[in-house]
Design a protein around this ligand. Structure first.
Ligand SMILES: [Zn+2]
Length: 151
């Protein structure tokens, strides 16, 4: 919500709202991950996260930005060790994208969403916050609440 001072004229108001939107957009991009830039940057981030949280035991053969998927933010195919991330996530804060990558990397070790899987994922300290963020994003997209990589 944007609060507009009562004394503003229409023209001033338009200018002011545009200015606020520009500022917000700059903030969002500043908080976004450098991994948004390319598939290579995404793979480099996966290597860092695998080293930090997954004992270097989870490295994909490929990780790619892909066009938006129907009701998923990302997916992992453990058989060929490939990960795909919806490019709708290119502008989320870096800590949210990191959660998505840790989640998909953990699937390279445990395919199912079982207790062992969540134990790995929760090594990433912002897991609960990121799940909440993605639930909000899913609701905004009209998807309802679901796992980030299940239909
Ligand atoms: Zn999953």
């Amino acid at each position: 919500m944007v609060l507009i001072p009562a004394s503003m004229s229409r023209a001033e108001e338009k200018h002011w709202v545009a200015e606020m939107e520009r500022k917000l957009q700059r903030t969002e991009i500043r908080r976004a991950s450098p991994a948004r830039e390319s598939d290579a940057a995404l793979l480099a981030r996966c290597a860092q996260l695998s080293a930090r949280y997954l004992d270097r035991q989870a490295l994909p053969a490929s990780v790619r930005w892909v066009p938006p998927m129907r009701t998923r933010w990302a997916s992992c195919t453990p058989a060929d060790r490939t990960i795909r991330v919806s490019d709708r996530l290119q502008n989320v804060p870096a800590w949210v994208l990191d959660y998505v990558l840790v989640h998909e990397l953990a699937h390279l070790r445990v395919a199912a969403h079982n207790a062992e899987f969540w134990e790995l994922v929760r090594r990433y300290p912002k897991t609960e916050r990121a799940i909440g963020y993605l639930e909000g994003l899913s609701a905004a997209a009209g998807w309802g609440i679901s796992e980030l990589d299940e239909d």
